[in-house]
Design a protein around this ligand. Structure first.
Ligand code: SF4
Ligand code: SF4
Length: 103
């Protein structure tokens, strides 16, 4: 495992992957949290965050500059996909490498 990373000084994963999840995580479904208007369809059952559906990807809710200082504008409402990606895991390292950040 790599050194610990500070996500608030990174944001690489929010500006690399297609951030997709089951449609009902959006707030037009009962119990959903992600604002539906910030998502776009990915097939019949999934959605992704606007900005991440094509390369170069960058979630429109990512504030700040990748690798400097960043924040998520909907942190409390973010999807399970956002919550599950952990600093130091395989996807994290891949995104950081893409942005030229140390791993
Ligand atoms: S790429 Fe890793 S360190 Fe950077 S914000 Fe995502 S989880 Fe955090
Ligand atoms: S919703 Fe927030 S945590 Fe999820 S990809 Fe967008 S900026 Fe990152």
């Amino acid at each position: 495992m790599s050194a610990e990373f500070d996500c608030q000084q990174c944001g690489a994963c929010c500006a690399y992957f297609r951030v997709s999840f089951y449609w009902a995580e959006a707030d037009d479904a009962p119990g959903g949290t992600v604002p539906a208007h910030l998502t776009e369809p990915v097939g019949p059952l999934h959605r992704c965050m606007v900005g991440t559906g094509a390369k170069p990807a960058r979630c429109t809710m990512l504030q700040g500059q990748v690798g400097r200082e960043v924040g998520c504008a909907i942190y409390e409402q973010r999807s399970s996909t956002c919550r599950e990606l952990m600093p130091g895991d395989e996807k994290c390292l891949k995104a950081r490498r893409h942005h030229g950040l140390p791993t």
